[in-house]
Design a protein around this ligand. Structure first.
Ligand SMILES: O=c1ccn([C@H]2C[C@H](O)[C@@H](CO)O2)c(=O)[nH]1
Ligand SMILES: [Zn+2]
Length: 134
């Protein structure tokens, strides 16, 4: 957990944020134990900006790590930073169950996926056995 937090703080330094100036860092761990980091990356077409959490998760998945466990997120906020809805849905897709919310002052809050995204949309396979679909 300490290692993930430190990795997230370091990743934050790479944030590309000429528009918001709001730097975010993230670090995610997969079942293999390997850590993948990410920062937010903005664009002149604002809506194309990618959050730090999704940068880290997509790096993990593109390296073949699709079963993830824990993610740490950090920003320079008064309290621990909380991920946006899009990132919550992407975290759920890859099985992240623990989320470490942090700020630069050292405040931390550990929350579960179910707390962050209750009653989430599940993978299509989930519906095949039931009568929710087809
Ligand atoms: O949890 C969050 C919240 C916001 N952002 C980014 C998106 C945008 O670049 C900037 C301002 O919203 O922060 C993240 O990376 N993660
Ligand atoms: Zn997000």
């Amino acid at each position: 957990m300490e290692e993930l937090g430190k990795a997230a703080v370091k990743a934050r330094e790479q944030a590309y944020v000429p528009y918001s100036k709001f730097k975010v860092g993230a670090a995610v761990q997969g079942k293999s134990g390997q850590i993948f980091t990410g920062c937010n990356i903005e664009n002149a077409s604002y809506g194309l900006s990618n959050c730090a959490e999704r940068t880290a998760i997509f790096k993990a998945v593109s390296a073949g790590e699709t079963e993830l466990t824990t993610i740490a997120v950090v920003a320079d906020t008064p309290g621990p930073v909380s991920p946006c809805g899009a990132c919550r849905q992407v975290m759920a897709e890859f099985g992240i169950s623990q989320i470490i919310l942090m700020n630069l002052k050292g405040d931390r809050r550990l929350v579960t996926m179910d707390e962050l995204l209750p009653f989430s949309f599940a993978k299509v396979d989930f519906y095949k056995d039931g009568d929710n679909n087809e």
